[in-house]
Design a protein around this ligand. Structure first.
Ligand SMILES: [Zn+2]
Length: 266
C-alpha cells in the first residue's frame, strides 16, 4: 500500500496535470485516495488543483469527517466516500470538467460507441449519469447504479468521474476519456464514426483480463452481448430482429438523415 507521503505527492501531481491540461478551471475538480480501510486523503475546496501543496490535503474518515488538515475538504467528499464504499477495489477517485467529455455530458450523449481499441481495453464504454446537484448528496444518487460496472462516468451537465487502483491510473482514465471524447467529436464533425463489430470488441475485451482489468467493466456484458447497444453496422443489418421491410425502412430513414445533414453543410 502506498505511504501517505506518496499519496500526497501523487495527488498534487495529478492535480497539476489536470489543471495544466485544462480539465478544470479555477478551483474546480477534486481528487482523493484511500489511505487504508478507515481513512481517505482528499483535496481541499477553494484551492486550484494546479497549485496544491501536499500539506493542504485533508484526511477524512469513511463518513467524510475531517481527521486532520486545516482547510475544508472538497464539497464532493460525499460522492468520493460512497465510491469507496461501493467499490472496495478502487483506491483513487478523480473528478474534473474536461471540455470535450463535459461537452458530451452537456449534450446528453454517452461515450458508448465501441470505436477505439485502447479505450475499450482501459475504459469500456462510458455511460451518461443523470444530473444531480453538485456539492449535495443528490449528486451521487444517480451514480449508484453505474459505479459497480464502470471505471469512468459522464455526469450530465457537469463533468466526469474516473476510478482507479492508484492515483495515476484514475488520472490516466480521465486523460483517456477526454482524448476519446475529442476524437469522437472530430469523427462526428467529419460525418462518420465507424463502429467496431461485436466480434472485434469481444477480442479486445478478452485482453482486459491479461492487463488485470476487471472483466465485467466494458462494452461486453457477462452474456457476451454488447451492452453499448452498438453492434457493428453489418451485424445489425444481419440481425433477425428486423424484418426485410423494417431493414429497408431503416436504411431509407438513415439515408434521409445523412442527406439532410450533408445538404445543411453545403
Ligand atoms: Zn464538478
Amino acid at each position: 500500500m502506498a505511504t501517505l507521503f506518496q499519496l500526497q505527492r501523487d495527488i498534487v501531481e495529478a492535480g497539476r496535470r489536470m489543471y495544466a491540461r485544462g480539465y478544470v478551471a479555477s478551483n474546480d475538480g477534486n481528487i482523493s485516495a484511500r489511505i487504508d480501510e478507515r481513512r481517505v486523503l482528499i483535496t481541499p475546496t477553494g484551492v486550484s488543483k494546479g497549485f496544491m501543496k501536499p500539506e493542504e490535503l485533508i484526511i477524512v474518515d469513511m463518513n467524510g469527517k475531517v481527521l486532520s488538515g486545516t482547510k475544508k475538504p472538497s464539497s464532493e467528499t460525499f460522492m468520493h466516500m460512497q465510491v469507496y464504499k461501493d467499490r472496495p477495489d478502487v483506491m483513487c477517485v478523480c473528478h474534473a470538467h474536461p471540455p470535450y467529455a463535459t461537452g458530451f455530458a452537456v449534450a446528453g450523449i454517452p461515450l458508448d460507441k465501441c470505436v477505439l481499441p485502447e479505450v475499450i481495453i482501459t475504459l469500456g464504454h462510458v455511460p451518461l449519469v443523470e444530473y444531480g446537484t453538485p456539492g449535495t448528496e443528490e449528486l451521487y444518487k444517480p451514480v449508484v447504479k453505474f459505479v459497480k460496472d464502470f471505471d469512468a462516468l459522464l455526469l450530465a451537465n457537469h463533468g466526469a468521474i474516473t476510478f482507479g487502483k492508484d492515483v495515476l491510473s484514475a488520472y490516466y482514465k480521465m486523460e483517456t476519456l477526454e482524448h476519446f471524447a475529442q476524437i469522437a467529436f472530430i469523427s462526428q464533425q467529419l460525418g462518420q464514426m465507424n463502429i467496431l463489430s461485436s466480434e472485434q470488441v469481444q477480442k479486445l475485451t478478452e485482453q482486459r483480463s491479461k492487463y488485470g482489468i476487471r472483466t465485467d467493466v466494458g462494452c461486453v456484458s457477462s452474456e457476451g452481448e454488447t451492452s453499448c447497444g452498438n453492434p457493428g453496422v453489418k451485424d445489425f443489418l444481419n440481425t433477425d430482429a428486423l424484418s426485410a421491410t423494417e431493414k429497408e425502412e431503416l436504411i431509407k430513414e438513415v439515408t434521409e438523415v445523412v442527406l439532410r445533414k450533408l445538404k445543411k453543410h453545403e
